[in-house]
Design a protein around this ligand. Structure first.
Ligand code: NAD
Ligand code: DAU
Length: 346
């Protein structure tokens, strides 16, 4: 089995590569990653050099992508397409890289797959469906209409549409998956959970957007990747698989749990963290109905205890300071600028 894993030096992609190398002794992996600020070479440390190769290039570079996809000639070979600009806050400040990587990048990957008859699995997000009311009994299903809110989710929605069109019009052999919020080791410190953990480890105050009522549907990254592997093994071309672990929690609840697990105690009116100006256009709630994927593929999440998963994640950041410390200050400086602009505009 030969896999080209785009975005394999990012959070989910790197964890995927570790899983594949561990669980599939026959697998050869080529990581195609342009090594943006979100990538970390150290995330690929410890992988055997004779089974994993890193090609540092843009997946929108047709010549490189074409050359790598041309090597996928076996029946189980595939491109697993994780590469994307992935952070909503950044997409509000500078949308263009999102259009480039998420749309032009996906187009380029699709064209290479079309030329060489290669199989593709496209990794997408629940955010393409927009958001739900807090009390809406319905969750997202593959039939939910697309209604993205941010430049990030709009470009992911555009990418999904390209994949569907290439399946229908050109017969490209592709599957799609839309997953909810991932957490776990190796996630960039710009994201909610690692930001709060590393703030506390660094002696900074955790930051909660707005009231903290917004709900995210958390899934451990290893559960997401196990589902992606099941799609590679048994998914049907043209199908969309929703991946989620019934992990809905408000941001306030998650913040309190992190503080509790890390010994941050509030005093009087001070909860131990700061409420800051809300994200513009902030989606209220995401929730995935993954029953179709579970029934069809026989996949089930294994990290069903969120508190235990969070504890394990905190331990990882505690034990791997050299992985995140070099970028922490820059990320917080950028957030400080954003907070200032948002406060002035409020
Ligand atoms: P990430 O930002 O941690 O990693 C993205 C990786 O893609 C980085 O290594 C980056 O260098 C690389 N990349 C970006 N543009 C590229 C380009 N043009 N060419 C080659 N490489 C490029 O993101 P993540 O959280 O690991 O997300 C991976 C994928 O999963 C994305 O497609 C994202 O939309 C999707 N997803 C993420 C979540 C989540 O909770 N993080 C949930 C559902 C789906
Ligand atoms: O739902 C899947 C999506 O989840 C993925 O497609 C995205 O790539 C991924 O980044 C994630 O998007 P979110 O915007 O939900 O994730 P983020 O970690 O940025 O924020 C999670 C929630 O926490 C969100 O409601 C905003 C809030 N937040 C975020 C940060 C960084 C805070 O309250 N404080 C913060 O400091």
């Amino acid at each position: 089995m030969r896999l080209v894993v785009t975005g394999g030096a990012g959070f989910i992609g790197a964890n995927f590569v570790h899983t594949v190398i561990r669980d599939r002794p026959d697998a050869q992996v080529t990581v195609l990653d342009s090594m943006t600020y979100a990538a970390n070479r150290a995330s690929l440390d410890g992988l055997p050099g004779d089974r994993m190769e890193l090609v540092e290039a843009d997946c929108a570079d047709a010549a490189v992508t074409d050359r790598l996809v041309a090597e996928l000639t076996g029946p189980d070979d595939a491109v697993v397409h994780f590469a994307a600009e992935s952070h909503n806050d950044n997409s509000l400040a500078t949308p263009w890289p999102f259009v480039h990587s998420n749309i032009v990048g996906t187009y380029t990957v699709l064209e290479a797959c079309r030329r060489h008859g290669a199989r593709l699995h496209h990794v997408s997000t629940d955010e393409v469906y927009g958001d739900l009311e807090l009390d809406d009994p319905a969750k997202f299903t593959p039939e939910t209409a697309y209604s993205p809110s941010s430049p990030y989710s709009a470009t992911k929605a555009g990418a999904d549409m390209l994949v569907r069109a290439w399946v229908r019009s050109f017969g490209v052999r592709a599957t799609l998956s839309n997953c909810s919020n991932n957490y776990g080791p190796r996630q960039h410190v710009e994201k909610f959970i690692p930001r709060q953990i590393t703030n506390i480890l660094d002696g900074r105050r955790p930051r909660l957007y707005g009231s903290g009522d917004n709900v995210r549907d958390w899934i451990h990254v290893d559960d997401h990747n196990a589902a992606v592997l099941r799609v590679l093994d048994a998914g049907r071309d043209g199908r969309t698989y929703l991946i989620g672990a019934d992990g809905e929690r408000s941001n306030l609840e998650v913040m309190r749990m992190i503080c509790d697990l890390m010994g941050v105690v509030g005093t009087g009116d001070d909860p131990g963290f700061d409420h800051v100006t809300d994200r513009p256009g902030h989606d209220l709630r995401y929730a995935i109905d993954a029953r179709g994927t579970r029934d069809e593929l026989g996949w089930d999440p294994r990290y069903t205890d969120f508190r235990a998963g969070l504890e394990q994640t905190i331990a990882w950041y505690r034990e791997n300071r050299s992985w995140w410390e070099p970028v922490k200050e820059r990320v917080e400086q950028r957030y400080a600028q954003t907070e200032k602009v948002l406060e002035e505009g409020a």
